[in-house]
Design a protein around this ligand. Structure first.
Ligand code: DLL
Length: 432
């Protein structure tokens, strides 16, 4: 099902023309309204008039997550705060998240792009959609919520967690669609078994999964265990939230809503723009956003852009499933975690040194983060009680900074390998 044929199936020429027009407008606006961008453009000797069409995109400066942090919280807003009607944020390092402000029009755009995704998965006004992404500053819950209302589905805003209740409600309400992270979907499947609830007891038909990397094998696993169609939805808070790109029924790459978000692939080391078909870092320029438009935002997500027609009829360019990230961010149970967050906690505490290791495992389909921390020998020779209370304290500090539960192991000095170059802090043992 195609929600907006006019936008999703236009000719490539029409799309380039539309993108060019919208890009010119965006560049004008950020140049005049966002000092950060005016300065960046001046540094490159650029005036808004130098951007005539989409072919000039690569002349523009990049924007990084660091730029967003440095302008925390509202420095990149392109409209007065009185016109911002919603704020979201994505988890970041050391208590400084990235904040995104939406205008009324941005919220309309957001529900539109999520509606395109849901309609493409076959979700419409006959469906009951259980939104089990977190509601709050995270964009997952609210993003899916308003998109689902747009297509006329009955929304069950249950948010994440409380698995037994999720399952009971799914059964009692006859939920037909489930929106959550792929790993949570598998956890739900397992818990159903434990509760003695069979797939046949549910009306569930389709899953809307994203917010973390997942493979085709994981898709199969979920489809089999829940007896549903598992569809991929991609997005990031900085650009809008979920709905930047979405699967169609061909499941052969995610269509990017490029009438709103123009993608490029670059070599993350050299920043050179790469042709379609090459693997690299995904970069987006928003061309309709009012609240916080971004020029050439480096997502750090690695993928491949695919041109060529899709059998579904959409002409929107596709990206392959996200292959990984070019920086060291890891996503555990949908929460973004940076090794440097652990480092900052350890440095703040007197008793520990910043020698640590992160191990990520997937046990029974749930991500587990184990953190090894080196502590002074005296603690090991000391009374057990002291060691216990130190363990508790470190665990608590790391957990409250990361926002997720961890397993902590205190190790003796020099247990953790030292490095002369870049330290390897993370071993991801998840087999996706
Ligand atoms: O995760 C938005 C979202 C919510 C997408 C619900 C889909 C469903 P952030 O918290 O800002 O926003 O995290 C964005 O998550 O840069 C990717 O690394 C990763 N990510 C999001 N969707 C996918 C996906 C939301 N479908 C970061 N596949 C992105 C792989 C994904 N990775």
């Amino acid at each position: 099902m195609i929600w907006d044929e006019r936008s999703e199936c236009m000719s490539r020429d029409e799309m380039r023309e539309l993108q060019g027009r919208r890009l010119r407008h965006t560049v004008e606006r950020v140049y005049h309204n966002v000092p950060f961008y005016r300065k960046k453009m001046h540094e490159l000797g650029l005036e808004p008039g130098d951007i005539q069409g989409i072919e000039d995109l690569s002349k523009l400066p990049f924007t990084t997550k660091q730029d967003l942090r440095e302008n925390y919280p509202f420095g990149l807003a392109a409209i007065p705060m009185s016109q911002i009607v919603r704020l979201h944020a994505s988890s970041g390092t050391t208590g400084k998240p990235v904040v995104v402000g939406y205008s009324r029009k941005d919220l309309r755009t957001w529900s539109e792009v999520v509606a395109r995704a849901l309609y493409s998965y076959g979700v419409d006004n006959h469906d009951f959609i259980q939104v089990a992404y977190g509601y709050g500053l995270f964009t997952g819950g609210m993003g899916l919520h308003y998109g689902a209302e747009k297509v006329g589905a009955a929304v069950i805003p249950i948010s994440g967690g409380n698995t037994k209740k999720q399952i009971q409600i799914m059964k009692d309400f006859g939920s037909t669609a489930l929106a959550c992270t792929p790993s949570y979907a598998l956890y739900i499947a397992e818990s159903m078994q434990e509760m003695g609830i069979k797939r046949e007891d549910l009306k569930l038909r389709v899953g809307i999964f994203g917010a973390e990397p997942w493979t085709e094998n994981m898709r199969k696993e979920i489809e089999e265990s829940l007896n549903i169609k598992a569809m991929d939805i991609y997005g990031l808070s900085e650009i809008i939230g979920p709905g930047v790109a979405y699967d169609c029924e061909m499941k052969n790459g995610l269509h990017i809503n490029e009438d709103h978000f123009v993608p490029e692939i670059i070599n993350p080391e050299t920043c050179e723009v790469l042709p379609y078909g090459s693997k690299g870092e995904l970069v987006f320029t928003t061309i309709t956003k009012e609240g916080m438009p971004l020029l050439r935002y480096r997502t750090r997500d690695l993928t491949v852009l695919k041109d060529g027609e899709c059998e579904c009829g959409r002409t929107l360019v596709r990206m392959e499933k996200i292959l990984g990230r070019s920086d060291d961010m890891i996503i555990i149970r949908g929460v973004n975690v940076f090794p440097s967050q652990v480092e900052s906690v350890l440095l703040e505490m007197g008793e520990t040194k910043p020698h640590y290791m992160l191990f990520v495992d997937r046990v029974n389909n749930l991500d587990i983060l184990e953190v090894w921390v080196e502590v002074d020998e005296v603690f090991f020779s000391d009374q057990i009680r002291k060691l216990e209370s130190l363990t508790k304290k470190i665990k608590h500090n790391i957990e409250s900074t990361l926002g997720i539960g961890i397993k902590l192991k205190l190790v003796e000095p020099k247990t953790i390998e030292r490095s002369e170059g870049k330290a390897k802090r993370l071993i991801d043992r998840r087999v996706l």
